[in-house]
Design a binder for this molecule. Structure first.
Ligand code: ADP
Length: 391
């Protein structure tokens, strides 16, 4: 069976076409900087022949253009892996949030309505995902479309770490609580550690356009930096992260419109907001190195947030055996990893600088009390398996 996995991040689109149940990857595709009309990146690879497309400076204004570009490559020309896209029987989506649907569900109108109902909680992601789902559904109306929701991995976090200090009825009546996201990624990291050992205390740092920290005790999520929405925790590429809710009330009172406040928090905040340079950490670091003080500040705020959560989760876990870096920044930025680890000496972290520069699987030195790892996340593999298995 051919299963297509669609992963629509806040600033990127990734695709993998699998042959199941063998879990063979037949083709991959990616779009970076979705929304850019002149600086988007498009990549495609037929994994059996090695045929590749690597295109820079692309005009990919929205998700539909990116998706259609990838589907076109699957059947056309040298890179084709299918004779007809109708061969795709199932499509799995790394979906974020749908009211009353927190696990793995076939995407019907009810699930999509649940996603719309939760627009206020996940506006950036749910709008992007609905667009992705609608676009792919229209092209593949006979396939089974499956939502693998990001909240599933965090369902067992103890209530004392999930509940907010709000009237208890808000929790009971409206479900107000910390939900946690990036479940496919942190769950994949747990799978990797589970394959090695049964007992461990790990902290997984998923650092990408969205960023979150997760405490994992023997395979289960016990702590997440994300709250009920994705506008929480660490600063993100262009989202605010943790913020005092009273600020919103205050900004409204001094005359700012709700629309402007939300735009600031959801699109013009985070690394972009502080630095004024870019939502892409590569450009922010480059500007910082060239002496831009706001860019330097943005990098320091990002790193400080990571260190704070690691410190807190270290105490909740009662120690730490493994510290894992993953996703775009976690896997590729030796600079950020070094800045974080430099500040973790008190909990026994020692970095091997050469291994770190090489993005090696283990980047801690021999005398480190914690194994520091770089594990490329593979959210798509878990999603392909769950999509294939759903009856
Ligand atoms: P998303 O959360 O949008 O799916 P990814 O996990 O693919 O994103 O991460 C994308 C981000 O990774 C980019 O915005 C970029 O800032 C960052 N990134 C990738 N490579 C590097 C690098 N070498 N140094 C710093 N940041 C990097």
């Amino acid at each position: 069976m051919k299963v297509l996995v669609c992963n629509a991040g806040s600033t990127s689109l990734k695709f993998k076409l699998y042959g199941m149940p063998e879990c063979t990857v037949l083709a991959t595709g990616k779009v970076e900087r979705v929304g850019s009309t002149d600086d988007a990146i498009f990549g495609y690879c037929n994994t059996s022949t090695g045929f590749k497309v690597d295109a820079l400076k692309q005009n990919i204004p929205d998700y539909a253009v990116g998706i259609n570009k990838f589907l076109f490559e699957l059947t056309k020309g040298e890179g084709a892996v299918l004779s007809d896209i109708k061969e795709i029987e199932r499509v799995g989506y790394k979906s974020v949030l749908s009211k009353d649907h927190y696990g793995i569900h076939e995407i019907d109108e009810g699930v999509m309505q649940g996603m719309r109902d939760f627009f206020p909680l996940a506006p950036v992601h749910n709008i992007a995902y609905l667009k992705a789902i609608e676009t792919v559904k229209a092209v593949l109306p006979d396939a089974k479309h499956v939502g693998v929701f990001e909240t599933a991995f965090h369902r067992d976090i103890p209530l004392e770490r999930k509940i907010y200090g709000v009237p208890y009825e808000w929790y009971e009546k409206y479900g107000i609580q910390r939900l946690g996201y990036h479940g496919a990624s942190h769950g994949y990291i747990a799978d990797c550690l589970n394959a090695e050992k049964k007992e461990y205390k790990a902290i997984s740092c998923h650092l990408g356009g969205s960023a979150s920290i997760c405490g994992i005790l023997n395979g289960k999520s016990v702590d997440t930096s994300f709250g009920m929405s994705l506008e929480t925790g660490l600063i993100h590429a262009n989202r605010v992260g943790d913020m005092d809710p009273t600020m919103i009330h205050f900004l409204k009172q001094i005359g700012m419109s709700e629309e402007d406040i939300l735009r600031g928090c959801q699109k013009e905040g985070g690394l972009l907001g502080i630095s004024g340079v870019s939502n892409d950490l590569r450009y922010v670091i480059e500007a910082a190195d060239n002496g831009n003080q706001r860019a330097k500040l943005a990098v320091n705020v990002f790193v400080t947030g990571i260190v704070h959560y690691i410190g807190a989760f270290f105490m909740d876990l009662g120690g730490l055996t493994d510290l894992v870096f993953t996703a775009g920044i976690g896997e590729h930025s030796d600079r950020v990893r070094a800045m974080v680890c430099e500040r973790l000496g008190a909990i026994g972290v020692r970095l091997d600088e050469e291994a770190n520069r090489a993005n090696a699987p283990i980047i801690s030195s021999r005398d480190s009390e914690v194994a520091v790892r770089v594990i490329p996340t593979d959210e798509e593999l878990g999603i392909a398996r769950r999509t294939y298995e759903l009856v």
